[in-house]
Design a protein around this ligand. Structure first.
Ligand code: XMP
Length: 511
């Protein structure tokens, strides 16, 4: 399979570059900027992309690729910082030039070039730079300019080196996709054989060849990643896969039954459903601190999982995990500043001594979803909204009791059903929507009587990746209807409020 390597210089859009290339049906992989030449040769890419970065190429601490990269005879595209590195390392000059700084949408004039094939020459691109190339290396020529920046793009056709100061990977550069397509197809001559649904067979073969005659254990949470990993692995090794699903009693309405029914249908054998609701509730009794709740749930999950694994009495060699590519890039990158702390119940201790089996580790979330569909996992499971590992425990503020769980579960079900129905035919529905049972009570009136029930919060947000989120503007008349349905149908709720906090400063979950 043809491959494009992306050297990561720490720019905020590196993952986006990888995404865009894969959208062109070309496999792409992000590697550290200082990857050794031997490693590159081993990976045998058809092309290399140098990502953006946040520093200046002339600073004391500036980062550079290994010098041998320029002699590999592989086409290279430098983007922003990557372009400046290419220029400087080949004999050009980059300087901070206040007059040529550009941020945001910028008019650009392209010249006829294979990189700009099928692109209008008078165009618009997305800029974000204070440094500029002021002197070209030998063998390079300017192929695009803006009013402020003469060397906006340059190339050395003989070496197949191309560079752009702007960002083709962001949607604001409307011709960006075409440019990347020109680079990978016309210049790197890739076959374009990457298709997530086609990798099903390849992955199945890969799992077979790793596992051989050994046994694999998997903790299923009901989330998309572990589900896809399990169904895929089951298709590869059949009944050598054992799945454990721990019901901690903190799931949504009907969720455990639905997940179990699905596992039975798609995997069939060796599924262990462990009902530990009472154990979790007893451990959480009296606990009000959110972090404490999370820790107790994580620890109890591991204890239960370990016990079940031992009871099964099979010599497991592998632990199957639904790790996906962003998890790896975020935790493995030299620039991982904005890591989301993972608080999944699947984080198992090292003493379990399994080898990890991670068949999805080079896939992005939407690729995992496509693969899931090709494995016949139903659409609603593949596209289900995120749900935290500690479940409803972080949506019941204060002490968790069975009664409170029941209230939030019922209200959540009504709210979700309403939203699902409301946005059924719409392209754009909230990314995540749920209810939170606050710990405060307020006075209400039911018939002629005074009531004194809980305040329930509705939360609906729009987000791409949960790193930031905007509160969702559900029309007021629908908020009114939802409020009325919940107050009428769920006992012990006397007030419904709507959360209008963005992230930041708030978080999506309340605890
Ligand atoms: P926050 O509340 O940090 O949530 O803005 C960001 C996203 O992560 C989900 N979330 C979790 N997911 N285990 C998970 O698997 C957890 O402990 C957890 N806590 C929050 C949350 O629902 C949102 O989508």
């Amino acid at each position: 399979m043809d491959k494009i390597l992306i050297l990561d210089f720490g720019g905020q859009y590196t993952q986006l570059i990888a995404r865009r290339i894969r959208d062109l049906n070309v496999y792409s992989e992000i590697v550290d900027y200082d990857i050794s030449i031997e490693e590159i040769i081993k990976k045998n890419p058809k092309g290399i992309i140098l990502s953006g970065g946040y520093d200046s190429v002339y600073g004391d601490r500036s980062i550079k690729p290994n010098k041998g990269i320029w002699d590999l005879n592989i086409p290279i595209l430098g983007i922003c910082y990557g372009f400046q590195v290419m220029m400087q390392e080949n004999g050009g000059q980059v300087e901070n030039d206040k007059d040529s700084e550009e941020y945001g949408s910028t008019d650009i004039r392209l010249t006829t070039n294979e990189l700009f094939e099928n692109i209008e020459l008078d165009n618009n691109c997305w800029m974000s730079h204070s440094d500029s190339v002021i002197f070209l290396p030998k063998g390079f020529k300017v192929i695009a300019s803006t009013n402020k920046c003469l060397v906006t793009s340059a190339c050395n056709r003989e070496k197949k080196f191309y560079g752009v100061q702007f960002h083709p990977e962001v949607t604001q550069t409307t011709f960006g996709n075409q440019l990347l397509q020109n680079f990978v197809y016309s210049i790197c001559d890739v076959a374009g054989d990457w298709e997530p649904k086609n990798i099903k067979l390849e992955k199945i073969e890969e799992i077979k060849s790793i596992v051989k005659d050994d046994y694999v254990l998997c903790a299923i949470s009901g989330g998309v990643d572990s589900l896809v990993a399990a169904v895929l692995t089951a298709q590869a090794i059949g009944d050598k896969l054992y799945c454990v699903f721990v019901d901690h009693g903190l799931l949504r309405k009907n969720e455990s039954q639905e997940v179990c029914a699905l596992l039975k249908k798609l995997i069939g054998k060796n599924i262990f459903l462990v009902d530990q609701k009472q154990l979790f509730l007893s451990k959480l009794k009296g606990v009000v601190d959110p972090e404490q709740k999370r820790k107790i749930i994580g620890k109890t999950f591991i204890e239960v999982f370990e016990k079940v694994a031992n009871k099964i009495n099979v010599p497991f060699k592998y632990l199957l995990q639904g790790t996906i590519y962003p998890d790896i890039v975020e935790s493995g990158s030299k620039f991982s500043k904005t890591i989301k702390s993972h608080h999944n119940v699947g984080g198992l201790p090292e003493r379990l001594q399994f080898e990890l089996l991670e068949p999805l580790k080079y896939l992005f979330k939407d690729e995992v979803r496509k693969l899931g569909l090709s494995l016949d996992i139903p659409y609603q499971n593949v596209y289900r909204q995120p749900f935290p590992g500690p479940g409803l425990a972080v949506r019941v503020l204060g002490e968790i009791t069975e009664d409170k769980l029941e209230i939030v579960r019922e209200a959540d079900f009504l709210f979700r059903s309403y939203i699902d129905q409301l946005y059924k035919n719409s392209e754009h529905k909230p990314w995540q929507y749920f209810t939170v049972l606050t710990n405060s009570k307020s006075v209400g009136v039911v018939g002629d009587n005074r009531s004194y029930g809980y305040t329930l919060a509705l939360r609906a947000v729009d987000s791409m990746d949960a790193m930031s989120a905007k509160w969702y503007k559900i029309p007021l008349e629908h908020l009114e209807k939802i409020s009325s349905i919940i107050c009428n149908k769920v006992k012990n709720i006397s007030r419904v409020v709507y959360d209008i906090t963005n992230k930041p400063p708030g978080t999506i979950e309340w605890e």
